[in-house]
Design a protein around this ligand. Structure first.
Ligand SMILES: NC(=O)c1ccc[n+]([C@@H]2O[C@H](COP(=O)([O-])OP(=O)(O)OC[C@H]3O[C@@H](n4cnc5c(N)ncnc54)[C@H](OP(=O)(O)O)[C@@H]3O)[C@@H](O)[C@H]2O)c1
Length: 325
């Protein structure tokens, strides 16, 4: 495994997203023992960046990650997120990045993760009711106290990134970025590069779609967020299958799997980014991590970059309005 720097934080250039072990995707919570083995295998393979969030479950994904990392805590860069639960009353899925709420979130995350510090603590979505300067100031205080080591943002817009960075250096921005979600390339990525901030592309496999293993809408269980997602439903779903087929054909040409091709394409976009493919299976973490050794030739990269855009938005209306704020 190779390592890169997000700002001044060294991480494996392929991380592991833990969300789907407990939340949001088909099979979540069905086999925690295999999820724990997956985290252990990832660490054995040199993966250091492990990604979770308070809202995943809520809470149970951090519990699981904390259990899995007992005795291995010092081998990883533990990343979690606050701001999607309003602890003051309105609860889960209500944005609150006010200083008191951040402190409550971080104290809870530390407890569940079984650690005395979070290596990389992200605001999960920009809170329109709290100036980003207040949020950055609150995280800076937690950093001064040693409870948090690095500050991150997720799906933030260029202006917010600049304002936050002026209060306290932002180490990384985590945003959706993959072969079929390229929106950050125009406005966000240039700002990250100008300011020396790292990028953590989430959903690098297009929530599984780019692997070619999702073939029918009926593959999704109750509770799988893809059931109501514009890209995964109706005519868009059918049109996007052709895109997954193209990735599969290119993978066959280069002798790799589609998941590995999707990850290797991201790795080719720079040394300042570390995607976090999600899986709850040992075999797949082995497959995904092996993408570190896959070099795609210039022609293949051009072909992949030229694939047609996905049909459908990444989110429905409410989710879309929270992006690039
Ligand atoms: N900041 C944010 O707002 C945000 C939003 C979403 C996600 N995230 C983070 O990003 C991480 C990754 O995103 P994601 O899990 O939504 O999407 P993803 O990594 O693009 O895809 C995960 C899906 O692909 C499947 N998969 C993984 N490897 C595979 C392989 N080699 N072959 C076939 N299928 C494979 C997984 O199933 P199995 O688990 O069954 O293998 C899962 O359903 C999350 O875990 C989370 O930490 C952050």
């Amino acid at each position: 495994m190779k390592y890169i720097k997000l700002g001044d934080l060294q991480v494996s250039r392929i991380g592991l997203g833990a969300m789907g072990m407990s939340h949001g995707l088909t099979g979540a919570g069905s086999d925690d023992a295999e999820s724990v083995r997956t985290i252990h295998r990832a660490v054995d393979l040199g993966v250091t960046l492990i990604d979770t969030a308070e809202i995943y479950g809520p809470y149970i994904n951090e519990d699981l990650v904390g259990r899995a990392l007992k005795g291995r805590r010092d081998q990883v860069v533990l990343a979690t997120k606050f701001g999607m639960i309003d602890h003051g009353g309105s609860g889960a899925w209500n944005l609150n990045s006010g200083p008191a709420n951040i402190r409550t979130s971080v104290e809870g995350s530390l407890e569940r993760l079984g650690t005395d510090h979070i290596d990389l603590c992200y605001q999960h979505r920009v809170d329109p009711n709290t100036p980003i300067e207040e949020t950055a100031g609150a995280v800076a205080e937690l950093i001064a106290e040693g409870k948090v080591r690095h500050f991150g943002l997720s799906e933030a817009g260029p202006d917010t990134i600049r304002r936050a960075h002026a209060v306290h250096p932002v180490t990384a921005v985590q945003s959706e970025y993959s072969l079929w979600t390229r929106g950050i390339e125009d406005r966000v990525l240039p700002v990250l590069r100008e300011l020396g901030i790292g990028l953590v592309p989430f959903a690098p496999l297009g929530h599984g779609f780019l692997t070619g293993t999702v073939r029918s809408e009926s593959d999704f269980e109750e509770g799988d967020f893809r059931r109501g997602n514009p890209r995964f439903t109706g005519e868009n779903f059918r049109r996007n299958l052709a895109l997954a087929d193209e990735v599969q054909a290119i993978a066959a040409e280069v002798g790799a799997t589609p998941a590995q091709v999707a990850i290797a394409w991201l790795l080719a976009q720079g040394d300042d980014l570390a995607p976090i493919p999600g899986t709850k299976r040992v075999t797949r973490v082995e497959e995904n991590t092996a993408a570190d050794g896959l070099r795609l030739g210039a022609e293949v990269l051009v072909k992949l970059s030229g694939l047609p855009p996905a049909a459908g938005d990444t989110h429905t209306g409410a989710g879309l309005s929270m992006l690039e704020r």
